[in-house]
Structures are given as structure tokens and as C-alpha cells.
Ligand binder design. Structure first.
Ligand SMILES: *[C@@H]1O[C@H](CO)[C@@H](O)[C@H](O)[C@H]1NC(C)=O
Ligand SMILES: *[C@@H]1O[C@H](CO)[C@@H](O)[C@H](O)[C@H]1NC(C)=O
Ligand SMILES: *[C@@H]1O[C@H](CO)[C@@H](O)[C@H](O)[C@H]1NC(C)=O
Ligand SMILES: *[C@@H]1O[C@H](CO)[C@@H](O)[C@H](O)[C@H]1NC(C)=O
Ligand SMILES: *[C@@H]1O[C@H](CO)[C@@H](O)[C@H](O)[C@H]1NC(C)=O
Ligand SMILES: *[C@@H]1O[C@H](CO)[C@@H](O)[C@H](O)[C@H]1NC(C)=O
Ligand SMILES: *[C@@H]1O[C@H](CO)[C@@H](O)[C@H](O)[C@H]1NC(C)=O
Ligand SMILES: *[C@@H]1O[C@H](CO)[C@@H](O)[C@H](O)[C@H]1NC(C)=O
Ligand SMILES: *[C@@H]1O[C@H](CO)[C@@H](O)[C@H](O)[C@H]1NC(C)=O
Length: 893
């Protein structure tokens, strides 16, 4: 904060103070560090070498968009427009106008001659951030726990409706990276769980829902942003570079990039790169990642943007495939300096950035705008992320700004509270229920403990970007948040349902608590995490201080309650796994509910389950180990290293249950665990081979054509300041004072491996997401699920694949490949469920062949295990015989 004041005084930005407290995806540490830049520039460019075995191979040139059939109409519209654009118009669309230079967290320049306004980019993945009258949906991790594709879609659709209603063109979500490799990682909760298939479905369904409203979804963060601390350059380009996630090619494909394939297959319009480097090359200008993997192999047709202030070079990022720089500023905001904007004009005029590349950037942006129909009556922003007042400066970062109508307070919530409550309810995961203690009777005498049951007494939105853990924990902190329109606190909902309720709001056991036989204690505990720009109770974003322990002495509170009451129910609001060993086996701890991060509907969704109006149907989207040391040491948070922190993914494919299973470590609760108030049977299993197997996918089709433009460098006059132009100080423009003076006098020294001849079509590519044959269904497993108990409920069937035991590729024992959730089944009712297994699901990424290979064998089968969790598998089908059977010994426990 001190630094902020210094910064504000330095730049004379009094009006900024308010705006900053409302600003998403903006890191105080960047400003702090960048102010130091000038004095320490001397020692730049030093860094530790990336460990042997990891390198960032060059991949040039950037593949052009427009060759995929689904996008051809949008690209031909875009081509007509881009062909007529001036250099200034083109550059405008690629670059943000500067931090706090417009109503949204990111705003591009405009090209009004063609009806293209300043595009509005706005957080977050769980609601429209930093504004009013929106729904605060449950976080991604809660959505993952539902294992419901229908709810993933419904929430995405509602999010998109709200974004459109506020005039957001490009919504910054869903989050599908981090994947949750590190249990302490700060932003895992924004995504759907520690498994690529679950994360992939969560992302794809959210995208389809959002984009059905014409909003452009942004999947983020590509890739390897598994830890918050050190994620950014601390001194630009030097002394301390962003940490390097060193990831081998197979692990990238089978874990971290896998959900991005699904997102692209689902038609995602935008991708945000991450802050970190990968193999020692910044994600915002890693040519292998953007040009090679996203645009060539995965056939991505939309636009690639940087994370906020993550761009570290102008020419380098353009060549490496970045299409949009956000929020436009170079490494230090508020100075009116940019790597692109006017300097991209220069790099095109001097011939260093090929005009072809700029044309492709702009064509991708304009085509995406057409692809989602934003040329047809799309609303302009009617809110401001910078202020909650009805009027205010249009450009808070300018010293003198015109005044704008800022907020119209458009209420976009519609009936989305229903979707929010349904997701929160269906995410609630029943981990333990001794002797059917749950559900509770509304007539029971309830003693409720813990501050996590009530609303923050300071106000539900009192902490900037929810950067505090006070009151019920409905979401983590950082840019991935939204303001609560209301927060239905659990204690209020419990009091509405039950007649005998006493609440003790402290986090230590109250001396005055009365105990009577038959009392039931409900203890609320929590664990929080968030984005790195804020530190909460010593946790720097990641759970650096708390580890995997409950916050606020939650374990002690449970123990104290368990010592007094014979029946204790523990409710946990958490960003990820917490250790429960200190109390889980106490005889009075009879029930445990993980309610994850429920958003605004924390209360009703919980009482729906507590009192038995619904049976719980959530399942853990990660494992809960008995000790943190059960995980491989390589997934611990990495600490300080001078010059650059190296984070090497040496555990490869073995994260979460994949590792625990390999090491034969029995977790406390396995990935997928989740009980119900009723019981289900899985019968009539059958396996159908749909497509004959070949080791590799059938050859891809060659790429279709892409727009062709004149290659003549435009006249400098296209970027001279328009006559009488009213410049906003520090705003980022495409214009140059003296463009005709620019020449290509010296030779530019291009990166090693730079070329302008296109690379051969990668065999693994061919369409959005990759070779379309990867999505061919090769097997289906059908089964009948019957409710064999006494209450209505929903069941989840998960399919885990076991590779042939003679596979030449070492592979995790089992991996989730498909899942589905039933409708509500009444007692005795059955539903047929079909689980589909695709070619990709059976494949391994072969690094040498650079292709997906099915390691089928003549003598050993693929085994398709089906059950309600990774450690509850006893029925299976086998590929060679086609036979299915029950009562088998599970592959893992
Ligand atoms: C990282 O390094 C590994 C090992 O050299 C390589 O296989 C992989 O392609 C690299 N990935 C990226 C994105 O640079
Ligand atoms: C582009 O310019 C051509 C030729 O000047 C003109 O025919 C066409 O209508 C223009 N298209 C747009 C979208 O302005
Ligand atoms: C570029 O965008 C700015 C607004 O961000 C606008 O003032 C300017 O007119 C645009 N330039 C062109 C050439 O359209
Ligand atoms: C929400 O919208 C209503 C009008 O529908 C307005 O009165 C109210 O001020 C808005 N809420 C907030 C928090 O701004
Ligand atoms: C604001 O929201 C309303 C309702 O969604 C919409 O009709 C309008 O076009 C939006 N934009 C402006 C600038 O009013
Ligand atoms: C062209 O301009 C860019 C941006 O200013 C600069 O980085 C590059 O070195 C220039 N190239 C030449 C050949 O002068
Ligand atoms: C929400 O859940 C209720 C109860 O299961 C169901 O009737 C309703 O259709 C669901 N609505 C949405 C939008 O998911
Ligand atoms: C389980 O609950 C039933 C019914 O409330 C009770 O009779 C029985 O004693 C309980 N069993 C145990 C082991 O507590
Ligand atoms: C295991 O799966 C069966 C069938 O779905 C289910 O009835 C049972 O409750 C599950 N057991 C556990 C411990 O999850």
C-alpha cells in the first residue's frame, strides 16, 4: 500500500486511488518492482539456466487463421474489412488502450469506420468482476465437483448472458490452467479439478454456454501457471524473471494442454497466455507454445492475448504468435509506453514485423468478432470496472480525463440464482456419514460453530477482490472473483429451516457453550487461496503459510466440539484439499461435507443437503491425502532462486491420484469419492467397439486456404496523427509523430530458428482441437444405474481407463476418461447411461512421432473400469474379449 501511495504521488494520479482498489487482474508487485527498474537495469538478462533436458524450440512463422471450415464465413467477412483497413486501424485492434483507459479491465482501440468499437475485456470465470447487480456463481472447483455436464453448460450460459447484458465482448474465463498440480497452488479453485478430462469438460461446456450468447470466451492460462509466487517478471527481462515451468512434451500433451484441446474443439474464441515461462521462454512469446502447439497442432482460429502486463517484448511476441497485448502497456503501466500500439506501427513500417503477421493478428480478432455475431446489435459496455459511481473519469489513468456516464447498474441476474444454487448444491460432497447421521431433522437441537457460517461483519464485499477470509468463504481471492449481490450465509439458512439453533460465531470453542444429550454440533471451517497480488493471513496467493491445514485453528475447533458433543457434523469451505487427520476418526465426528466454494448461494444449497431435501451428489475433484508428504516433493511450492525460479515438472504424469496410485499410497479420500443418502447399483455393463483401432489416427487433411492480402508496406501517412486529434495523455495510440522518418536501415537480428516459410502441417493437427479423428468414439460402455436405496438421488458414473499391461509407454495405472451424471432417480428407478471413449482417450502422446498413438496389444486388453470414484471400481469391461464383469478386484484402493 505504501508503494501504491508512492506510485500515485509520483504520477499525480489522485483519482486512481479509488479505481485501483476495484481493479482486477492487476498486480501491485508489478508496479512496485517496475519502479525499481531504472536503477537496476544494469544487471539484466542474467538467469539460471533451465535444467538440462528442457528447451524451448523455435517455431516460426506464426500459422495464419482461417483454414478451418467452422470459421470460414467469419474469416471471409473479416478479410473484406481487414483488406480495407489502414495501418492505424489494424494496430488499434491488437493493442489495449492502457491500464484504466476505458470502462473494462482491458479495452482495445477501435476501428469505427467498420463498426468495430473498443472491445471490452472483463474478468472473471465466476461472474462479471468489479461491478454490480450480477450473480456471484460458485467457483470452478465447485462446478467440477458436480460432475454434471448439464450444470457446467447452464452456468456457462448464465455467465455469458450476464457478460452480454453488461456489454462485455470478451469474457476472461473459464480458467482451465492451473490444473491443480500443486495442492497449495493459489488459483486451482478457479478451475474444475486436478484431472485433465474433468478440466476439459468443465472448460468446454462453459465455453459453449458462454459463447451461445455471442460473448467471446477466453480460456486461460496457457500454460504451466501452477504456482502464484514468482509467476511474473519482478524486474522486467532481468534480475528476476518469471518462474520457468519446465514441462516435457508428453506431460504437456497428456495433462496441461489436454483441456485446451477440448476448449479449442469447443470453439473458444480467445486464449490468454500465462505469466510464467515454459522451458525458459515466456509464455507470451513462446513460439513453440503459441505458433506450434496452439495455432498449428491444435488449429486454434481465434486470438491469443497476453495476461495483464505479461508481454515482455514487441517484435518477439508478434513473431511468436501473440495477437492482442493486454492491457496494452509495456511492463510499467500509466506511462503511456507500449511494446505494441505506436511501436507495432514502427515495426511494420520498418519491415521487421512482417505485414503478413499483423494482418493475421487483426484478421483473427475481426473474424472472432464476426464468428460470435458481435457485428449484430451487440451492446456497448454499460458499467465501469473503475468506479461504482454513475459518472466519473472515462480514463482514470489520464491526468485530465473527460467525464463519462460510467454505470447504468443494469441488473443482469435474471433467474441465475437458481443455476447458482443448483451447482452449489450438486457440488456438495459428502465424505463421511456414520450410520446415516445425515440428513438432520429440522427439529434437532443444533449448536453451530465457526465464523465461516456467517457473513463477514464488515460487509460481504468489504475486502478488495475478496482478499480476506472473514465470514463464509464463497470464493477465493484475486481477479477471478465477482462482487456478491447478496451472500446467503449458512447460519441464516439453517435458522430459516431448523427451530432449535444456537450460533457461536467465534473460531475458538466458547466457554459458555451448553451441551445437552442429543445436541448436534455443526462446525464450519475453511481454507482460502487466491492470486498473488494480495497476501492474506500470510498466504501469498498460494497456501504458503497455511499449508493444507484448515485456517483459523479449524482443527482445534472441531476437536473441541467433538470432545463435548457426541454428534458433530463438519462443513468445509475450501479451495482444495485440506488435511482432516486431526479429527476425521474421532467417534463423534459423524458427518463431513465439503461445500467447496459455493458463491452467493452458500446457505440454501447447504441446507438443501443438510436437512435432506436433496441427496448429496458431489464428488471430489481431487484427492485428499493423509499427509502433505504423500505427494511428490516436486509439487511443493518452489522457493526463491536468484535470477529465475525453476519449477521442473519432474513427476511427469504423476499428479494427484495418478501419483498416489503409483506409489500405492491410500489417500484419506480418493479422487471422485462422494457419498449419497441413497445407494446405487451399476448393472448390465456392456462394451461396444465403435471404430476399428489403428495405432495412429488416419492422416489429417491439408489446411484450407487463408486470407491473402497485399504485401506492400503501407505508407507512413497511415499512422500520422489525424488533424486536430484530441490526445488523452498516456493513452495508447497507433500513431507516430514522424512516421516517414522510419526506415529499415539496420538488419534486425531475428531469433534463432526464425523463418518465413510455413512449417509442414503437423500430423497431430487437422482441425480445431487437433486431428478430428482424435474425437472419434472408439468404444462405448453402457450400463444401467438403479437407485437401490430409499431416497431420491443422482449418481455419477466415472470411467477410468487402464492401459494394456504390456504397453511400451509407462502410464498411470488408471486415468479418468469419461463420466456422466444421472437425472434424479426415485427409489427403484433406473437410468441407462452411455460412457463414450474417444481415440484420444486411448492414446499416448509419442514424443518421437509427434503424434497420438494407441498402444493396443494382441494379448493384453484395455480395461474400462466403471464406478463412482477412483477407489470404488469393481465392474469393468475388457477390450479384447469385449466382456464385462462385476465383483472384480479394484486396480487401486
Ligand atoms: C520443453 O522441453 C522439452 C524437452 O526438451 C521439449 O520436448 C518440449 O517440446 C519443450 N516445450 C516447450 C513448450 O518449449
Ligand atoms: C473495401 O474496399 C473495396 C474497394 O475499395 C470496396 O469495394 C469494399 O466495399 C470495401 N469494403 C468494406 C467492408 O469497406
Ligand atoms: C484508434 O482507437 C482510438 C480509440 O481507442 C480512436 O480514438 C482512434 O480514432 C482509432 N483510430 C482509428 C484509425 O480508427
Ligand atoms: C442494482 O440495480 C438496481 C436497479 O435495478 C439499482 O437500484 C441498484 O443500485 C443496483 N445495485 C447496486 C449494488 O448498484
Ligand atoms: C447496457 O445494457 C442494456 C441491457 O442489457 C443494453 O440494452 C444496452 O445496449 C447496454 N449498453 C448501453 C451503452 O446502454
Ligand atoms: C523496427 O522497429 C522495432 C520497434 O521499434 C524495433 O524493435 C526494431 O529493431 C526495428 N527494426 C529495425 C530493422 O530497425
Ligand atoms: C435446478 O434444480 C431443480 C431441482 O432439481 C430443477 O427442478 C431445476 O430444473 C434446476 N434448474 C436449473 C436451471 O438448473
Ligand atoms: C445407528 O442408528 C440407529 C438408528 O438411529 C441406532 O439404533 C443404532 O444404535 C446406531 N448404530 C450405531 C453403531 O451407532
Ligand atoms: C461405491 O459405488 C457404489 C455404486 O455406485 C455405491 O453404491 C457405493 O456407495 C460406493 N461406495 C463408496 C464408498 O463410495
Amino acid at each position: 500500500m505504501l508503494i501504491f501511495k508512492f506510485c500515485l504521488t509520483l504520477f499525480g494520479l489522485g483519482s486512481l486511488a479509488l479505481a485501483l482498489t476495484a481493479q482486477p487482474d492487476f498486480a501491485a508487485d508489478v508496479i512496485r518492482a517496475n519502479l525499481l527498474q531504472s536503477s537496476e537495469n544494469a544487471m539484466l538478462e542474467k538467469r539460471n539456466p533451465v535444467p538440462a533436458g528442457y528447451d524451448a524450440p523455435p517455431y516460426y512463422p506464426a500459422p495464419k487463421g482461417g483454414w478451418v471450415a467452422d470459421w470460414s464465413a467469419a474469416y471471409s467477412k473479416a478479410q473484406k474489412v481487414v483488406a480495407n483497413m489502414t495501418l492505424a486501424e489494424k494496430v488499434n485492434l491488437t493493442t489495449g488502450t492502457g491500464f484504466l483507459m476505458g470502462p473494462c479491465v482491458g479495452n482495445t482501440g477501435s476501428a469505427l469506420r467498420f463498426g468495430i468499437p473498443n472491445l471490452c475485456l472483463q474478468d472473471s470465470a465466476l461472474g462479471i468482476a468489479a461491478t454490480d447487480n450480477v450473480t456471484a456463481f460458485p467457483a470452478g472447483i465447485t462446478v467440477g465437483a458436480t460432475f454434471s455436464k448439464a450444470l457446467m453448460h447452464a452456468r456457462g450460459f448464465a455467465l455469458g448472458e450476464e457478460a452480454r447484458g453488461k456489454g462485455v465482448n470478451i469474457q476472461l474465463g473459464p480458467t482451465i490452467g492451473p490444473l491443480g498440480r500443486k495442492p497449495r497452488g493459489g488459483r486451482n479453485w478457479e478451475g474444475f479439478g486436478a484431472d485433465p478430462v474433468l478440466q476439459g469438460w468443465g472448460g468446454a461446456e462453459t465455453i459453449k454456454g458462454m459463447q451461445a450468447n455471442g460473448v467471446i470466451a477466453t480460456v486461460k492460462h496457457f500454460v504451466g501457471n501452477e504456482q502464484e509466487m514468482y509467476r511474473m517478471d519482478i524486474i522486467p527481462h532481468g534480475l528476476m524473471r518469471a518462474l520457468s515451468s519446465n514441462i516435457d512434451d508428453r506431460t504437456l500433451h497428456e495433462l496441461y494442454a489436454w483441456p485446451f484441446m477440448d476448449a479449442i474443439k469447443a470453439g473458444a474464441g480467445a486464449i490468454m497466455t500465462s505469466y510464467n515461462e515454459v522451458n525458459g521462454s515466456a509464455a507470451s512469446q513462446n513460439s513453440k507454445l503459441i505458433n506450434g502447439i496452439l495455432k498449428d497442432e491444435f488449429g486454434f482460429q481465434g486470438l491469443v492475448m497476453s495476461d495483464w502486463l505479461a508481454q515482455i517484448g514487441g517484435v518477439s511476441s508478434a513473431l511468436a504468435g501473440l495477437d492482442m497485448a493486454m492491457p496494452g502497456d509495456g511492463n510499467t503501466p500509466f506511462l503511456g509506453l507500449a511494446y505494441w500500439a505506436y511501436d507495432l506501427s514502427t515495426s511494420v513500417l520498418n519491415g521487421t514485423v512482417p505485414l503478413e503477421r499483423l494482418n493475421d493478428m487483426v484478421t483473427r480478432i475481426v473474424a472472432t468478432w464476426y464468428q460470435f455475431g458481435q457485428d449484430q446489435d451487440y451492446p456497448l459496455p454499460n458499467f465501469s470496472a473503475n468506479t461504482d459511481q454513475p459518472t466519473g473519469p472515462c480514463y482514470p489513468a489520464a491526468l485530465i480525463s473527460p467525464t463519462c456516464a460510467t454505470n447504468q447498474y443494469v441488473n443482469v441476474q435474471a433467474d441465475h440464482a437458481i443455476v447458482a444454487r443448483n451447482v452449489s448444491r450438486e457440488g456438495i460432497t459428502l465424505l463421511k456419514n456414520f450410520n446415516n447421521t445425515l440428513p438432520l431433522s429440522t427439529a434437532a437441537t443444533l449448536k453451530v460453530f465457526g465464523s465461516d457460517a456467517q457473513n463477514n461483519p464488515d460487509g460481504i464485499n468489504s475486502c478488495n477482490q475478496r482478499a480476506c477470509n472473514k465470514g463464509v468463504l464463497g470464493m477465493g481471492w484475486g481477479s477471478g472473483t465477482a462482487n456478491y449481490p447478496y451472500l446467503d450465509a449458512p447460519i441464516d439458512a439453517i435458522k430459516r429451516k431448523a427451530s432449535q439453533v444456537t450460533y457461536y460465531s467465534g473460531d475458538s470453542f466458547p466457554s459458555g457453550a451448553t451441551v445437552a444429550a442429543g445436541d448436534i454440533a455443526i462446525v464450519f471451517i475453511s481454507s482460502d487461496a487466491g492470486e498473488n497480488q494480495e497476501t492474506v493471513e500470510g498466504n501469498n496467493g498460494d497456501r504458503s503459510a497455511s499449508g493444507l491445514e484448515a485456517w483459523h485453528n479449524g482443527d482445534a475447533l472441531v476437536n473441541a466440539a467433538a470432545a463435548k458433543y457426541s454428534t458433530v457434523i463438519v462443513v468445509v469451505h475450501t479451495v482444495g484439499p485440506i488435511l482432516v487427520e486431526k479429527w476425521i476418526d474421532l467417534p463423534s465426528v459423524k458427518g463431513v461435507l465439503f461445500a467447496h466454494l459455493p458463491g452467493q448461494e452458500a446457505g440454501n444449497s447447504l441446507t438443501d443437503i443438510l436437512f435432506g431435501d436433496y441427496s448429496p451428489s458431489g464428488h471430489l475433484p481431487y484427492s485428499i491425502p493423509k499427509a502433505e508428504s504423500d505427494y511428490p516433493s516436486s509439487v511443493s511450492l518452489v522457493g526463491f532462486e536468484l535470477f529465475q525460479v525453476q519449477d521442473t515438472f519432474s513427476e511427469g504424469l504423476y499428479i494427484d491420484y495418478r501419483y498416489l496410485n503409483k506409489q500405492k499410497i491410500t489417500p484419506r479420500y480418493a479422487f471422485g469419492h462422494g457419498l449419497s443418502y441413497t445407494t446405487f447399483s451399476h448393472t448390465e455393463l456392456s462394451l461396444t467397439a465403435v471404430t476399428p483401432l489403428s495405432a495412429i489416427p488416419p492422416p489429417r487433411q491439408p489446411k484450407g486456404s487463408t486470407p491473402i492480402y497485399s504485401s506492400v508496406i503501407p505508407p507512413p501517412s497511415e499512422v500520422t496523427w489525424p488533424q486536430g486529434f484530441n490526445k488523452i495523455w498516456r493513452y495508447l495510440y497507433p500513431y507516430l509523430d514522424n512516421p516517414s522518418s522510419i526506415s529499415a536501415s539496420k538488419k534486425y537480428s531475428y531469433p534463432a530458428g526464425y523463418q518465413t516459410t510455413p512449417q509442414p502441417d503437423p500430423p497431430a493437427g487437422g482441425d480445431q482441437g487437433g486431428n478430428p479423428a482424435l474425437w472419434d468414439i472408439v468404444y462405448t460402455v453402457k450400463l444401467t444405474i438403479t437407485n437401490t436405496g430409499f431416497r431420491p438421488g443422482k449418481d455419477v458414473a466415472m470411467l477410468f481407463l487402464q492401459y494394456p499391461s504390456d504397453s511400451p509407454y509407462e502410464t498411470p495405472i488408471i486415468q479418468l476418461r469419461a463420466f456422466d451424471k444421472t437425472d434424479t432417480l426415485a427409489p427403484g428407478q433406473s437410468q441407462a447411461v452411455t460412457l463414450e471413449v474417444t481415440r484420444r482417450d486411448l492414446s499416448v502422446w509419442d514424443v518421437g512421432m509427434q503424434n497420438w498413438v494407441i498402444p493396443a496389444s494382441q494379448s493384453k486388453p484395455f480395461v474400462f473400469w466403471v464406478g463412482s470414484g477412483s477407489a470404488n471400481l469393481s465392474v469393468a469391461c475388457e477390450s479384447l474379449s469385449g466382456a464385462c464383469s462385476g465383483g472384480r478386484t479394484p486396480p487401486v484402493v
